[in-house]
Design a protein around this ligand. Structure first.
Ligand code: ZN
Length: 98
């Protein structure tokens, strides 16, 4: 999933050009071809708003590029924090699949 997240962030121009539906279709096609699995997070999953250290959720305006949460002392790049949360979501969904 983390690899998929990196792919998504580096291919934003491709997504904008072909639309998300086509991007998703291509991603699923390629993942089958290469034996990978695509796990899609719910659109409201708070990956950027959730502290990857303790699970606290707070508002994160797009202009804020660093996630800071004083109570647990966590400070991390916004995108890296979100990637960790998405990676955990992917692992959790794999565990619940059986
Ligand atoms: Zn925290």
């Amino acid at each position: 999933m983390f690899l998929g997240y990196c792919l998504i962030t580096s291919e934003l121009r491709v997504i904008a050009d072909c639309g998300f539906y086509e991007f998703k279709r291509q991603l699923e096609y390629k993942s089958q071809k290469f034996g990978c699995e695509v796990i899609i997070a719910d659109r409201w999953f708070p990956s950027s708003k959730t502290c990857s250290n303790c699970g606290h959720i707070q508002d994160m305006p797009l202009k804020e590029r660093t996630y800071n949460y004083g109570s647990c002392g966590h400070s991390m790049d916004r995108d890296l924090n979100a990637a960790i949360n998405l990676s955990r979501l992917a692992r959790a969904s794999k565990l619940t699949e059986g």
